[in-house]
Design a protein around this ligand. Structure first.
Ligand code: LMR
Length: 395
């Protein structure tokens, strides 16, 4: 019956992470998957999140099915966080927000929605982008193409504008709101403003992916792209995640918001998103969303969370400096300044797939084959080892 089924080729990120777990070598270092590890190499349980979880569990509330669109307190908390409770778009009810299953779930629901209601639109992805973006959209039957993003170690802003300027109206443009995955190279504020203008003029539909809020410059600062598009006044989509900034990976806390021209359109969009959800997974799970909502809706926990996110961000910056310093000593004559200028969890190292293979096979240091390094996996104990291994494969 199943003999014709081909073997799964594996996922460039998740299957590599599985291979890392199975690797018996001592001292192995996981710089592959986008997960924040603390100084002890552990995934932290944030104090704010633990306190929120206690409150959720103590309530011992019944667990009926959630509505298809998710819990109301989660959805309003997400809107307040991302758009601001007092923003006219929020007050006018012209944003449709659903609780997703992680932001990947939000991407998938949006992809089905776009395929149904924008059947001739292509999705423009940055080159390069997160390995799964193409798969999610194409899996929903949408054609994808790319726009230039990264050249010679820097943002190719001119190349990006040139291609987007020629994109057909109603094309969807997928943008990383902060901490670009995989390069760590972001647009500056002036560039976001210029881009927002072009997207409006050309009637393109922006789709922001915000998976790393707080890891760039801060929880509020990392919303610059969101606020810029909101103020530009056009419609856009936004998928956001709490996996990384609340260290809640397995709880799949995330949302999808669609900013619409008016409340009547937002209502219809919400209805169609519910239809897509019902066909995919019916309704989201309760627990993780309630933990997220409790952190966001409890002022003391929110303040504590903000500090905890700042601490994670600061530690990553310290690791960037440490790696830069050791590597600059070990490999004189080569410029590693990109480790200092790139933002968020990732750095694009410029290592070739063969060099990445050598790092894994000879040194038990895991990076994604594109050369992407998750800097958040470095700590004071492994940074020398990683720098030594990189120096060896660069020789
Ligand atoms: C990553 O890019 O490593 C993370 O977003 C995890 C994933 O699902 O790929």
């Amino acid at each position: 019956m199943f003999a014709h089924i081909p073997p799964y080729a594996g996922d460039p990120i998740l299957s590599l992470n599985e291979a890392f777990q199975k690797d018996p070598r001592e001292g192995k270092v996981n710089l592959s998957i986008g997960i924040y590890f603390d100084e002890d190499g552990k995934i932290p349980a944030l104090a704010s999140v633990r306190a929120a979880e206690k409150l959720v569990v103590e309530k011992a509330a019944a667990r009926p099915y959630l509505p298809m669109e998710g819990a109301a307190n989660f959805r309003s908390a997400v809107q307040n966080l991302l758009f601001g409770a007092d923003h006219p778009a929020v007050r006018a009810g012209r944003i449709a927000t659903i609780q997703g299953v992680g932001s990947s779930g939000g991407l998938k629901v949006a992809a089905d929605f776009l395929h149904a209601h924008f059947p001739t639109s292509k999705v423009f992805l940055s080159n390069p982008t997160w390995d799964n973006h193409r798969a999610v959209f194409e899996g929903s039957g949408i054609e994808t193409t790319t726009y230039p993003y990264y050249k010679d170690g820097a943002l190719d802003f001119d190349g990006m504008l040139e291609v987007l300027d020629k994109a057909p109206a109603r094309s969807v443009v997928l943008l990383h709101a902060c901490c670009h995955n995989p390069t760590g190279v972001d647009l500056n504020r002036g560039q976001w403003q210029r881009l927002a203008q072009l997207l409006n003029e050309r009637e393109l539909l922006p789709f922001l992916d915000l998976a790393y809020q707080g890891y760039g410059d801060g929880l509020d600062e990392d919303l610059f792209a969101v606020k810029t598009l909101l103020d530009a006044g056009g419609p856009f989509l936004l998928a956001n995640s709490f996996s990384k900034n609340m260290s809640l990976y397995g709880e799949r806390g995330g949302a999808l918001s669609v900013v619409c021209p008016d409340a009547a359109q937002a209502d219809k969009v919400l209805g169609q998103l519910k239809f897509m959800i019902r066909r995919n997974y019916s309704n989201p799970p309760t627990h993780g969303g309630q933990v997220v909502a409790t952190v966001l809706n409890t002022p003391e926990l929110y303040a504590q969370w903000k500090d905890e996110v700042a601490a994670m961000r600061t530690r990553i910056l310290a690791m960037r400096s440490a790696l830069h310093e050791v590597l600059s000593t070990k490999v004189p004559g080569r410029n590693f300044d990109y480790f200092l200028s790139q933002r968020g969890m990732f750095s694009y190292t410029g290592l070739s797939p063969e060099q990445v293979d050598a790092l894994k096979n000879e040194h038990a240091v895991y990076l994604v084959r594109s050369g992407r390094m998750c800097v958040a996996g470095l700590n004071r104990r492994n940074v020398e080892v990683v720098a030594g291994a990189m120096a060896a494969v660069l020789r």
